[in-house]
Design a protein around this ligand. Structure first.
Ligand code: KG4
Ligand code: ZN
Length: 332
């Protein structure tokens, strides 16, 4: 079995995954959202202190598996350096005391593996990764070979939802609240411009759209109806931008399997647009169960199984945290 640890942001999570059949035997996540909500966003030092309490707490529940463990998988990049350290320190302590090797896991690769919980991988696969920190279109050939087909020039998709939510006075994390408000809103009320629609560049940009929303909010008295209409108009434009670029990327390419991962892949409006796209392209759409879209250790453990089988162990002295992702995907 593999014990996996995730602490790259504000979720403390540990999982146990059986190697031979990838079965998820244990998974627990303690979210810190309510603690950070009063500050309107994640406070890294507070998050680190909360991990230092929550992770040992969860570890108590998995002690019964210790004798059957073969490795410790831990997220060591990318993320907040002070919070990544909490998971890595625990991995090192377990490695020494239980005499187990460590598998360093890239958090973004972990998100990709949220599609393969308790099942085999289905590579090659094209992936849209939409999280709080990243917006990427990837062609994943296998564990080691990932090509980056497009990425964001500024804010990420999830981040733009969080920033719009903050401007509308919603609690952190605001992404899901914007989606809820959008359900009852008129998406035609505000005519926001779709970013980069005339640019041939295969890239994303969300900072301009965020500013358009800010100007609209400044002009209006933001009652509940206006909040819904702004949310709906923003969500429609944000997703339209993603879809325009995705259609451009795959204009002359065949797709067999298309996956969507990351916290913002829980957005049902986005999922519906991608379903239409995949139907047109005769591609199979793969989504993770909703509870495993956001950060969790189950995806890190599943990725850890492949890392284990490929012998991706590291020596303890070489295990460092990297706040930015190193060599995750190759630009093509
Ligand atoms: O993957 P994740 O849990 O954390 C990172 O690795 O960043 O993604 C969190 C992001 C946040 O920006 C959050 O607002 C966004 O995903 N998110 C959503 C929805 N649920 C979460 N964005 C739009 N619609 C949603 N339903
Ligand atoms: Zn994430």
């Amino acid at each position: 079995m593999i014990l996996s640890i995730e602490s790259s942001c504000d979720d403390s999570s540990i999982a146990i995954t059986r190697i031979k059949d990838k079965k998820l035997l244990f998974h627990k996540k303690i979210s810190q959202e309510s603690e950070h909500a009063k500050y309107g966003g994640v406070v890294p030092e507070l998050a680190a202190r909360l991990h230092a309490v929550a992770l040992p707490n969860i570890l108590e529940s998995v002690k019964k598996y210790f004798s059957e463990l073969k490795a410790i998988a831990v997220t060591n990049e990318p993320g907040l350096s002070v919070t990544l350290v909490e998971g890595v320190v625990m991995a090192k302590a377990l490695s020494v005391s239980l005499k187990l090797p460590i598998l360093p896991i890239n958090h973004l690769k972990g998100h990709i593996y949220s599609l393969f919980l308790e099942q085999d991988t289905n590579f090659p696969m094209d992936i849209l990764l939409v999280s709080g920190g990243h917006t990427q279109v990837l062609h994943v050939k296998n564990y080691d070979e990932i090509e980056m087909l497009a990425t964001t020039l500024d804010d990420s998709f999830g981040e733009s939802f969080d920033k719009v939510a903050k401007m509308l006075g919603f609690e952190y994390p605001g992404g899901p609240i914007v989606e809820t408000y959008a359900k009852h809103g008129d998406s035609e009320r505000f005519n926001f411009t779709v970013p980069m629609s005339n640019s041939p560049k295969l890239a994303f940009s969300y900072s301009g759209l965020k500013n358009q929303v800010r100007l609209a909010i400044e002009k209006e008295t933001t009652d509940e109806k206006i909040k819904s209409d702004i949310s709906a108009s923003f969500q429609k434009t944000a997703v339209k931008h993603l879809m325009q670029k995705i259609k451009k990327i795959y204009k002359d390419k065949k797709i067999e399997n298309f996956g969507i991962v990351g916290g913002a892949s829980a957005n049902l409006y986005l999922r519906a647009r991608l379903e239409e796209f995949c139907k047109d392209k005769k591609a199979n759409l793969h989504v993770a169960p909703l509870e495993f879209c956001s950060d969790n250790a189950a995806m890190i453990g599943r990725c850890g199984v492949d890392a284990f089988n490929l012998g991706k162990f590291t020596n303890m002295d070489n295990l460092a945290v990297h706040p930015r992702s190193s060599e995750f995907a190759k630009n093509v």
